[in-house]
Design a protein around this ligand. Structure first.
Ligand code: NAP
Length: 337
């Protein structure tokens, strides 16, 4: 084990897109666990769009940043935290964390499933997609679905799960043409458009000329307005996120077709995945057999080295990831854990 620990702090509030100057890597001695705690050496970190939202005020400045993290217990002073165990915690952007039993849960081992999956399809990202489809949308076989930010973590998971659940036509949007090809060749989307290519309403109308039953929205703004126009009567909108707004300094896009929600009897509902952790076991039971059979494969961008965590986060905001972005400690391989 190394003798030095690294922690990332936010040092200033961004106006618009953050830059590396809004962060600092802070070095310290590896912490020593006290009674009733354990030292975890971290292996994988999740960087997420909600971190950008927290940078506006929820993250304290000059303090460690929270986030979903997987690590190995290397020194334990509590019988509930066995040395060698792989655990998931939320203490975030640091190489080492001291955790109490209530702050960490054991990560279940599934044969043939890499650890990173517990931050992607089996983690909060996959749970968001699963809850959105099963609890909020109540997807039924044959229904036509449009997903915004389809090439991201939630978007790829939504596409793959919707396919397995028997969705009809699957349409997605992304910011890069190369990602569209992956979505259609590998994830199961029927049509994907680059939202930079024109007004989203026109692009969606061309991609789904007969309309859609369901919109899973990771973006908001112009995408939401376009979907309202394309939805059939009694259609549903699952609001997951509003990434179009997180880095924007302009006025948010105003929805001009709100009357359509009434005229077409549409239903719109948002949710926070943290209020649905009771569905985690069901997610494992649904997804793991498909992962083990090879019917479901992982969409992940894995970035190596804790020192790349800030760049990975900023790259994700710019759309450089395909699937869920995770950061992996140097020297860890997909087979570890
Ligand atoms: P992600 O989609 O893997 O990464 C973000 C993606 O957003 C980028 O790759 C980029 O892809 C796209 N993007 C960036 N700026 C955009 C813009 N201005 N307009 C359209 N697309 C833009 O991230 P994720 O973790 O899966 O999260 C996706 C959404 O779900 C976010 O809004 C997040 O806040 C939300 N979320 C909500 C919950 C919940 O509990 N409700 C849980 C998890 C995530 P392109 O290259 O395709 O533009």
């Amino acid at each position: 084990m190394t003798e030095t620990a690294l922690t990332v702090h936010q040092t200033a509030r961004p106006h618009g897109f953050p830059t590396p100057d809004h962060f600092a890597f802070v070095e310290s001695a590896v912490p020593v666990p006290g009674r009733g705690t354990a030292l975890v050496e971290n292996l994988y970190w999740s960087v997420d769009p909600y971190h950008r939202e927290m940078m506006d005020g929820d993250f304290a400045l000059d303090a460690p940043l929270e986030g979903r993290t997987i690590g190995r217990v290397v020194d334990s002073r509590d019988p509930a935290l066995r040395e060698g165990a792989i655990v998931l915690h939320r203490l975030g952007w640091r190489t080492h964390a001291v955790v109490a039993p209530g702050q960490a849960r054991a990560v279940p081992h599934f044969d043939g499933v890499p650890l990173s999956a517990h931050l992607s399809i089996l983690g909060g990202t996959g749970l968001t997609a699963y809850v959105g489809l099963t609890r909020i949308a109540e997807l039924r076989e044959g229904q036509d679905v449009f997903v915004s930010a389809a090439a991201g973590g939630v978007g790829t998971a939504t596409g793959r799960l919707a396919r397995l659940m028997g969705a009809g036509r699957l349409v997605g949007s992304t910011g890069r043409t190369a990602k569209a090809a992956h979505l259609m060749e590998h994830v199961g989307y029927d049509e994907v458009f680059d939202y930079h290519a024109g007004p989203v309403a026109e692009l969606l109308a061309a991609a789904a000329p007969d309309g859609i039953d369901l919109f899973v929205d990771n973006v908001g703004g112009e995408h939401l307005e376009a979907a309202i126009s394309s939805l059939r009567a009694y259609g549903r909108i699952v609001r997951i996120g509003t990434i179009a707004q997180y880095n924007s300094t302009g006025t948010p896009h105003a929805l001009r077709n709100l009357p359509d929600i009434v005229e077409k009897s549409l239903r719109m509902e948002g949710f926070l995945v943290r209020n649905h952790t009771g569905v985690q076991q069901e997610l494992y039971e649904f997804v793991v057999p498909h992962l083990q059979s090879g019917r479901l494969t992982l969409d992940e961008t894995v970035v190596d080295g804790f020192d790349a965590i800030v760049d990975a986060f900023l790259g994700m905001l710019r759309g450089e990831n395909l699937g869920k972005i995770v950061v992996r400690a140097t020297g860890v391989t997909g087979a570890d854990g």
